[in-house]
Design a protein around this ligand. Structure first.
Ligand SMILES: [Zn+2]
Length: 323
């Protein structure tokens, strides 16, 4: 559908260690994850200053107050991946009992801050950081996972209406399952081969990685702005760009990266389309000041576009409810 003004959508994949448990060790990631407790309130504050709305696509495990609740809400049908490494349930014996004991696997106080703030949205990043295109898991298992996240959220008065699929693995059948359970929108991928997540192995190959790195600085894949499209009953609010964290090695390219995003936002504002960028709160866990400085520059650009073109900031659900 064609929009009558441009919109900025920002989503954050909020997951703590549950987002990287299969690729990193906790020891190697602890210092970055510890900073998330400062980063989330700072993000809320900065966004409110610029009247910008955030959507926190939250892993359902993070909504559990303690281990008892985590076990209580965990579905009976768990993802049966051929590669057992993908299952986070194998970590349950090793994790602490609650957020105070173990801030790497629980986040009740941060979720509460987002909820109390009331300007932003808490959406889903599935219950267990579910990989929708990995071999072995089934539609039935995905549905059980989705219901677990809807239920644990409901008991905290959170109504889950949007979803971001982990590792951006999008499964056509699962979109229909989401629609059946009242989800209104999801974050699709950029319309370019280098971002294609259908073949999970290809995404990690060197050629794709190099192209994606270059594309952060140079316009290779285009601006990736979008009109909204209904897909199997959900609105696809497709990604325009991953906000790469500040890199001290590539700091001389930082301006190129930010300017690339600004140009995309301007294009969306003029064309009355959506610009959707995203990252993870823990990405700001290193080089925190540089990352916040870059984000504020983007927020300032938004302010200008808002005045000039009536470019508007919306959460994922606000954007689709508006129609
Ligand atoms: Zn994730």
């Amino acid at each position: 559908m064609k929009l009558d003004q441009g919109h900025l959508v920002i989503s954050l994949d909020f997951e703590l260690f549950w987002g990287v448990f299969d690729v990193r060790t906790l020891e190697s990631y602890k210092s970055q994850l510890e900073k998330v407790s400062e980063i989330v309130p700072r993000l809320l504050q900065l966004s409110d200053t610029y009247n910008i709305k955030l959507t926190f696509a939250t892993v359902g495990f993070l909504l559990a107050k303690n281990k008892e609740e985590l076990l209580q809400y965990s579905p009976k049908k768990k993802p049966n991946y051929s590669d057992a490494n993908f299952s986070p349930y194998r970590l349950f014996d090793a994790i602490g009992n609650n957020e105070t004991e173990d801030p790497y696997h629980y986040a009740t106080s941060l979720v509460e801050q987002i909820k109390q703030n009331d300007n932003h949205e808490i959406g889903s990043h599935t219950f267990c950081h579910y990989y929708c295109n990995e071999v072995g898991q089934t539609a039935e298992q995905f549905e059980a996972d989705l219901l677990a996240t809807i239920n644990i959220a409901k008991q905290q008065d959170i109504n889950i209406k949007s979803i971001v699929f982990p590792r951006n693995q999008i499964n056509e059948v699962y979109i229909k399952i989401c629609a059946k359970h009242g989800i209104l929108s999801y974050r699709g991928i950029e319309n370019h081969w280098m971002y294609n997540t259908n073949d999970t192995k290809q995404l990690g190959n060197t050629k794709h990685r190099i192209y994606r790195l270059l594309d952060a600085y140079l316009n290779i894949s285009g601006h990736n702005t979008h009109d909204l499209q209904m897909h199997h009953g959900l609105v696809n609010i497709a990604s325009s760009r991953f906000l790469r964290p500040y890199s001290s090695k590539l700091r001389f390219l930082e301006n190129l990266k930010i300017n690339r995003i600004k140009k995309g936002m301007t294009y969306a504002a003029k064309q009355k389309q959506v610009y959707h960028f995203w990252w993870h709160p823990h990405n700001f866990g290193q080089n925190t000041e540089e990352n916040f400085k870059a984000l504020e520059e983007l927020f300032n650009h938004y302010k200008t576009l808002n005045k000039t073109y009536n470019f508007n900031s919306k959460t994922m659900t606000n954007l689709v409810q508006y129609f």
